[in-house]
Design a protein around this ligand. Structure first.
Ligand SMILES: Cc1ncc(C[n+]2csc(CCOP(=O)(O)OP(=O)(O)O)c2C)c(N)n1
Ligand SMILES: [Mg+2]
Length: 325
């Protein structure tokens, strides 16, 4: 896996997307305790490169399904930042009209079909849309992001079997951060190699290091080429660490369910910093370009929070407007 296999524009765009997701997460965390964001939040700090590298290999029209930890997926697929921050403030201008909050982001204009707070909830939906694409022959693929805990849900297994039998254009992306809330993977699964599950259904599998942008980008590319080539589904497991608590802002090391040496090891390997150094060493980026990219992101984030704060709440008499009855 070599940086020379990726063109310069892609490398720079990946940097910008990852840094943007990082900065947005940090700002949400900083402001969360002001209590203007009336929603639980599940930050994806530490896992940013997975969303960025997968979505870099997709077209705007390809379909993406997300889960409760979905800010990175939404932004990497091209979702509107103003609308996402407004959604976290439960404002009418939010991407789900302020009715969904952080776990229910959606932007059909960029193929982000929705996010589900039900663990595994997006998986059968992605397979259904892939079935529809196969029938219509529209050439689009569906991608579903889910965590290591979702690999324990029966619906993933049924969905993988159906997708394999019907050769559907769907990519299963498992973000293995080793935890389901407070429980480590080894306390929940005897077979911790998650790719053993898709292999049992005859699905080609890939493993990527979610801290290593080059590895994650090139492995995603291979997996997506298989799916796009009409050979049926593929599965990619990307390992990364959740830097913060399961939900909310701030750090819950005090809860003592994580070992300090484990936490230290992963915190000392920041995907963004590692990537920035690589790009500087290879003369892809300069300090000046880094400053410009990051100051543009800061301006954009300030504007998004201003937009959210100035936006109206949904009207009381319209609270049930989008409910099916
Ligand atoms: C079907 C279902 N079971 C349990 C829950 C409660 N719950 C919410 S998030 C979560 C853990 C999810 O872990 P994982 O899938 O690994 O994603 P991560 O939070 O690590 O990103 C659980 C058990 C739920 N929302 N839905
Ligand atoms: Mg997990």
């Amino acid at each position: 896996m070599d940086i020379t296999e990726i063109d310069k524009a892609t490398l720079i765009n990946l940097y910008s997307v990852i840094s943007r997701i990082r900065k947005v997460q940090l700002r949400i965390e900083e402001l969360y305790h002001q209590d203007n964001m009336k929603t639980p939040v599940h930050l994806c700090l530490g896992q940013e490169a997975i969303a960025a590298t997968i979505c870099e290999n997709l077209t705007k029209q390809d379909y993406v399904f997300s889960n409760h930890r979905g800010h990175g997926h939404y932004l990497a697929k091209g979702g509107d930042l103003n609308a996402m921050i407004a959604e976290l403030h439960c404002k009418e201008t939010g991407c789900s009209k302020g009715r969904g909050g952080s776990m229910h982001l959606i932007d059909l204009s960029v193929g982000l079909m929705g996010s589900s707070s039900i663990v595994s909830g997006g998986i059968p939906l992605a397979v259904g849309v892939a079935f529809s694409s196969a029938c219509k022959k529209d050439g689009l693929i569906s991608v579903v992001f889910f965590g290591d805990a979702a690999s324990e849900e029966g619906v993933l297994h049924e969905s993988m079997n159906f997708a394999a039998v019907k050769k559907l254009p769907v990519l299963f992306v498992c973000e293995n951060n080793f935890y389901s809330v407070f429980s480590h993977q080894t306390t929940r699964q005897l077979v911790t190699d998650i790719t053993a599950r898709p292999k049992a259904f005859g699905i080609p599998t890939y493993k990527a290091d979610g801290r290593d942008v080059i590895d994650a980008y090139l492995k995603s590319k291979q997996a997506i080429e298989v799916v796009r080539g009409g050979q049926g589904p593929a599965f990619i497991e990307c390992k990364a660490y959740r830097w913060r608590g399961h939900a909310g802002a701030g750090d819950e090391l005090k809860d003592k369910y994580r070992k300090l040496d484990e936490w230290d090891e992963w915190m000392n390997c920041c995907p963004l910093q590692k990537y920035e150094t690589l790009l500087l060493d290879n003369n892809i980026l300069t300090d000046k370009i880094i400053d410009t990219v990051n100051s543009q992101i800061d301006v954009e984030i300030n504007k998004a929070f201003d937009f959210a704060n100035e936006s109206p709440l949904p009207r009381k008499d319209e609270l049930e407007k989008y409910l099916y009855g």
